[in-house]
Design a binder for this molecule. Structure first.
Ligand code: SAH
Ligand code: DHB
Ligand code: MG
Length: 226
């Protein structure tokens, strides 16, 4: 099994299930032209996010880590009339590129980008009564994943779906001796998710054009404290 094969099969899946799409294609071109790193979710993963958001009936979606807005566009397309996405991005340049991409996709009215480190903007969401969210997609800096889980639970209700990208990291996540801060963040996140009685969760390993990684998927099963 090789990266070459995973990429070819991802192409096969994409050709079958993700037809060429002007807004998504333009978002990727503009992100590349602006030198953003090409670390967005793959097309099949983007479609999975959209399907999960539809399954969850999500009207109020939170994303951590916007980059150029590729995953944001997928999530926003799942919204019913009146729904919205709030997406948190630390890098003002990424946010500017995302804003243009989301505008071009015709989704500007549905998406609010909040610029700044997520640990600064998350508390504002709670204070501003933007909660609870129906679906939360965690995809920002891996070092802070444990704190992002804590915040996600605060901003959730029973039935909220929490999804986190990059929780397997080429398998490095099983190395208890890892000194990599991102791997440590993912390990702590996974352990916290597994032991928290407020969620029922699992991890799906993923291979494809983005290599070998994993999506954590958690359903909030308890009501927040009154
Ligand atoms: N969800 C995007 C990819 C996100 S890449 C997609 O699939 O299309 C991770 C993003 O998180 C980057 O844009 C990075 O700038 C941002 N980021 C890094 N640290 C952050 C922080 N502390 N708060 C918010 N965003 C952060
Ligand atoms: C990186 C971040 C991601 O969210 C991802 O899916 C892949 C790579 C990174 O920071 O390198
Ligand atoms: Mg990611």
């Amino acid at each position: 099994m090789s990266q070459e094969l995973w990429t070819a099969v991802d192409r096969y899946i994409t050709d079958l299930f993700v037809p060429p799409d002007a807004a998504l294609d333009a978002a990727l071109s503009a992100s590349g032209a602006a030198d953003l790193p090409a670390i967005q979710v793959s097309p099949p993963q983007g479609k999975l996010l959209m399907l999960l958001a539809r399954l969850a009936g999500a009207r109020n979606i939170l994303e951590l880590g916007t980059l150029g807005g590729y995953s944001t566009i997928w999530l926003a397309r799942a919204l019913p009339v009146g729904g919205r996405v709030v997406t948190l991005e630390a890098d003002p340049k990424h946010a500017r590129v995302a804003e243009a991409n989301i505008q071009r996709a015709g989704l500007a009215k549905l998406v609010e980008i909040r610029v700044g480190p997520a640990l600064d903007t998350l508390p504002q969401l709670a204070a501003q009564n933007r909660v609870p969210f129906d679906l939360i997609f965690i995809d920002a800096d891996k070092e802070n994943y444990p704190q992002y889980l804590m915040w996600s639970l605060k901003l959730s209700r029973r039935g909220t779906l929490i999804i986190a990208d990059n929780v397997i990291r080429d398998g490095d996540v099983i190395d208890a001796a890892s000194t990599d801060a991102r791997t440590i963040g993912a390990r702590q996140f996974n352990e916290a998710l597994a032991s928290d009685p407020r969620v029922s969760a699992t991890i799906m390993q993923t291979v494809g054009s983005k290599g070998y990684d994993g999506f954590a998927i958690a359903l909030v099963v308890s009501d927040p404290p009154a």
